[in-house]
Design a protein around this ligand. Structure first.
Ligand code: ATP
Ligand code: MG
Length: 616
């Protein structure tokens, strides 16, 4: 089970401690039964029975307590590790992969899967105690009477087979339910992000609620009810088989073999005692199955776990950014892949394609049901066709897929295109040079590839063909993390952090005040201890704060993606006239994506994109 491997990856010592303590508790439990059996048996009793009873009780309590304490620590450590590793995995995963997954899937994993896994982890030690008690009871039965033992084992094995049959179905239902959770989270996101549109249109709101949000919620409810019912039936069947075996022993075997009374008393005692751990075990099975489903989901999302702060895996040597940047794009090409990753891998217990799922989600040149082939990852060329990387690891081996040979961002080189990948928008091949102290305007119609080019220039996307060089140094997976530290960018979908994260130089507040004045928002926003007084501002004002952050970074390359689009005309003059000119004067390499043809004369170079190509 993946879950066990994951736990072992967290702390083998701790899990061994929990299991050992659980086993001791289970053994003490069983020994207690033998003592009780002796007490109720006719005839003289050994003198030290009471002492042994008390001592066993103490051992039982202490080992149970140790097991619980170790468990609490293990479970909390596991949850922390899960959160840290998954967030680290998200931060370090290639941007294009995250964009394809969509934020709702990431959120579902960070919340739902972590919750399921932590519940499963919590169930483990109790299961250890239960299993140890069950095994101990069987050993006791074996000593008591061979035939009774054989019949009990046979009855239990039949029960396990029946439960396993149910479990397979339940696992498949949980797989589908997990996919549904993604859809539900997507609807929750739409509710929060699109609340204005929903409020303004009654018909849209009703349709959205009925078909999307409540539709997913309804299906999820039905799936959970279905799974729980199947579990209950399995449990009932297990109990029935237990009772059936007991009846067989009491009414048939005992008479046929003429078993003595003390054997029968021992048998009744043990089976009664056995009922509790058996039931507990069955009750905890759903948690284990859900945990396993969660791990499988994480694996299919190609998010590495068990690697704290994965972004540190990118080769990065502390190296100052360049003084001035000459950026050269030679034959750079990029294209998007069309399809998001498929839900679950096929395999035992894996679900059939989700009836309400995205049609064609499994199509697109991939083997049905499987995750995209590693090397065929978007933005991941396979220079020379390296062997496919092994399946993503969720069990402690430290690796993350950046599509390259060593799971690092790929070195650039000749791509191997797959049919499905080639169907997305294609940019390039482009040959461009951006000089320091030069302002380049990138213009072109909507969808012509300007923002895609921006992500390539800043190192967020990896070109599929050609290469990018910074001052003659070719960018590959060895230096891409360093390369990214050379750019400051404000994208159209920028995010504002309340703190000036990552700035710890003294006098930062004064610098911020200076820029707040220059950007004409000092009357709205103040700064104190590196924290802005508010970011609840108009869109144009928030964009000015994003610009402020970029200016604070003071990096050699500046990229603005339609920064001025929602600025008032007067401030556009300030942006194109003062701010850009100031950056140019300071020797920065300035790249401005714009539709403002009024200011085209400010550019030293004009690059016009048309359907992903530079227009003549
Ligand atoms: N994450 C993505 N996945 C797949 N295709 C994408 C993705 N982002 C953009 N595209 C496609 O790439 C093309 C270029 O998009 P891009 O955002 O680069 O255009 P743009 O020139 O910036 O347009 P605009 O002026 O509207 O901002 C579009 O046709 C779009 O369909
Ligand atoms: Mg754009």
């Amino acid at each position: 089970m993946q879950l066990i491997r994951f736990l072992i990856s967290i702390s083998l010592v701790r899990i061994a401690g929990v299991v050992a303590a659980g086993l001791v508790a289970g053994a003490a439990n069983t020994y207690l039964v033998t003592l009780i059996n002796k007490v109720v048996a006719p005839g003289p009793h050994p003198d030290d029975l009471l002492t042994r009873f008390v001592l066993t009780g103490v051992v039982l309590l202490v080992s149970g307590l140790i097991s619980q304490i170790l468990l609490i620590r293990l479970a909390q450590e596991a949850i922390f590790r899960l959160r840290a590793d998954l967030s680290g995995g998200v931060v370090s995963a290639p941007l294009e992969h995250l964009e394809r997954l969509g934020s709702h899937r990431l959120l579902a994993t960070l919340t739902e899967d972590v919750r399921s896994l932590s519940q499963a982890v919590t169930a483990i030690p109790a299961i250890c105690i239960d299993v140890a008690t069950i095994v101990g009871c069987f050993v006791f039965l074996a000593v008591l009477s061979g035939p009774i033992f054989a019949i009990s084992v046979a009855g239990t094995l039949v029960g396990i087979c029946c439960v396993e049959l149910f479990l397979r179905r339940v696992r498949a239902i949980y797989h589908r339910a997990r996919e549904n959770e993604d859809l539900l989270l997507s609807s929750f996101q739409a509710v929060t992000l699109g609340i204005k549109e929903l409020k303004l249109h009654r018909g849209r709101r009703r349709d959205f609620m009925d078909r999307h949000l409540l539709g997913s919620a309804r299906t999820l409810r039905d799936q959970n009810v279905d799974a729980s019912q199947k579990f209950s039936v399995a449990q009932g069947l297990g109990q029935f088989l237990q009772l059936g075996t007991m009846a067989l022993v009491l009414f048939a075997i005992a008479a046929a073999l003429d078993l003595p009374r003390d054997v029968m008393v021992g048998y009744v005692l043990v089976t009664t005692f056995l009922a509790m751990p058996m039931q507990n075990f069955m009750h905890r099975l759903p948690d284990l199955v859900r945990g396993d489903v969660a791990l499988a989901k994480i694996r299919t999302m190609n998010l590495s776990m068990a690697t704290l702060h994965n972004e540190e895996q990118l080769p990065y040597t502390e190296r100052p950014v360049v003084e001035s940047a000459r950026l050269e794009l030679s034959n750079v090409g990029y294209h998007y892949a069309g399809e998001p990753p498929a839900p679950f891998e096929d395999g035992p217990g894996a679900p059939p394609p989700h009836p309400g799922g995205r049609p064609g989600a499994r199509s697109g040149g991939r083997p049905p049901g499987g995750p995209p082939p590693r090397g065929a990852h978007p933005g991941h060329p396979r220079p020379g066709g390296p062997p496919a990387a092994p399946a993503p690891d969720v069990n402690g081996r430290r690796r993350i897929d950046h599509g390259g040979r060593d799971h690092h961002p790929v070195p650039m080189g000749a791509p191997v295109l797959e049919a499905a990948e080639a169907s997305g928008f294609a940019l390039g091949p482009l040959d461009l040079v951006f000089e320091p102290g030069q302002i380049t305007f990138v213009v072109g119609g909507n969808g012509s590839g300007k923002s895609t080019l921006a992500k390539l220039i800043t190192g967020l996307y990896v070109p599929r063909t050609g290469s990018i060089s910074l001052n003659g140094e070719k960018i590959d997976h060895e230096n891409v993390e360093w390369f990214r530290q050379n750019s400051s960018a404000v994208f159209t979908d920028f995010h504002l952090f309340e703190d000036y994260l990552g700035f710890d130089r003294p006098g930062i507040d004064d610098e911020v005040r200076h820029y707040l004045e220059q950007l004409q928002i000092a009357h709205k926003v103040t700064v104190r201890d590196g924290k802005l007084s508010t970011i609840a501002l108009s869109q144009g004002q928030r964009k000015r704060l994003a610009l402020l952050t970029a200016l604070l970074e003071d990096r050699p390359i500046y990229l603005f993606d339609e920064w001025a689009a929602d600025q008032e005309p007067r401030f556009r003059d300030v942006f194109y006239g003062e701010i850009l000119t100031d950056l140019k004067r300071r020797g920065k390499t300035v790249i401005v994506i714009t539709h403002d043809d009024r200011y085209f004369d400010r550019a030293d170079q004009l690059v016009k994109l048309d359907f992903g190509r530079v227009a003549a």
